[in-house]
Design a protein around this ligand. Structure first.
Ligand code: NAP
Length: 310
């Protein structure tokens, strides 16, 4: 017999958005399930230091912030189901989420908080050296390159912030960027420019990640001189943006051409009863504070939706 678990609200993803939606739903007296295939916390749990989340003037580690959010969601009764969601379908007024353990979660409202995952560059060597020098997570892998030179690819907040983190561990960090100006916020740039272990290779096309068994460097081309060179690096950390985790609901809710879910100001998607919040949603700014704000709105709007659609 099919194993169906009934909830008022199902929440996909246990990053800051999903955990906050769980906290609000639980506090609102709803039976809420947060479905997460990995550890709760999302990408934030792998961020060394967060300086711009209100209430923590000294900063807080991403891991600790994620743990506190999880505790608070559980305290108000949200259940965290450790499983992979394999499919989502809509039947009458219910959403059915099939899980990897064979069970199905049936809910009256669904909040998608699946976030985004790091983009790959698609250059030669990137896949070959994954785990052998290539990484998308400085906090996870930085310690492997203690006192060795590393390269960070990209020029946004993530690249520069993680370069600062890596500078404390490694002998030298070269930030390789395709333009001659960073995209990162001024405050983050200032800290990086003041760090004498961080160098910048401006206006470089990344041609390949090279090595023999392990990474030894990044082959780049200077866009001005068209000269190629190899920037020595034992580790290469790639931060060239993110892609939304929206494949599960592809063809169900409306997305933009990049796959970000389109919502209104109540976080409602194109399908009644389905809401989206956090980084998976189409929006201008992707910050933890924004994700938790989205999530509070989504949970309250979902509760109102259920009250009016009983
Ligand atoms: P991002 O802002 O999209 O920046 C991606 C960087 O990678 C850009 O510098 C971009 O260059 C470069 N890039 C993209 N494709 C490339 C390619 N094919 N080859 C070479 N370089 C490439 O991504 P992010 O830094 O991960 O940030 C994502 C979001 O999270 C942003 O909204 C950001 O503000 C937020 N965030 C905030 C914080 C914080 O507030 N502390 C920390 C991390 C992330 P161009 O500049 O030339 O486009």
């Amino acid at each position: 017999m099919e194993n169906i678990k009934n909830y008022d609200i199902a929440i996909l993803g246990a990053g800051p958005a999903g955990l906050t939606a769980g906290l609000y739903a639980g506090r609102g007296g709803l039976k809420a399930a947060i479905i997460e295939k990995m550890m709760p916390g999302g990408l934030v749990a792998n961020t060394e230091r967060i300086d711009n989340y209100p209430g923590f003037p000294e900063g807080i580690s991403g891991y600790e912030l994620a743990q506190r959010m999880e505790q608070q969601a559980r305290k108000f009764g949200a259940e965290i189901l450790s499983a992979q969601a394999e499919s989502v379908s809509v039947e009458n007024k219910y959403q059915l989420i099939k899980l990897s353990d064979g069970s199905t979660v049936k809910s009256r409202a669904l909040i998608i908080a699946t976030g985004a995952f790091p983009k790959t560059l698609g250059v030669p060597g990137e896949r070959e050296f994954l785990g052998k020098g290539v990484s998308y997570c400085a906090v996870c892998d930085g310690a492997f390159f203690r006192n060795q030179p590393v390269a960070v690819l990209g020029g946004g907040d993530s690249a520069v912030q993680e370069a600062i983190y890596l500078a404390a561990l490694t002998s030298k960090v070269t930030v390789i960027h395709r333009r001659d100006a960073l995209r990162a916020a001024d405050s983050i740039q200032k800290v990086a420019f003041a760090n004498d272990k961080i160098e910048f290779a401006w206006s470089r096309d990344i041609l390949a990640i090279e090595g023999s068994g392990q990474v030894s460097g990044v082959r780049v081309m200077d866009k001005q001189t068209l000269k190629e060179e190899i920037i020595p690096a034992a580790g290469v950390f790639i931060y060239v943006g993110y892609k939304p985790n929206s494949d599960l609901v592809k063809g169900i809710v409306r997305t933009d051409e990049q796959g970000y879910i389109i919502t209104d100001d109540k976080m409602a998607t194109s399908v009644p009863g389905i809401f989206a919040c956090g980084d998976v949603r189409q929006k201008l700014v992707r910050q933890i504070s924004g994700a938790v704000g989205d999530a509070a709105t989504a949970a309250i709007a979902a509760q109102q939706y259920m009250e009016f659609n009983d």
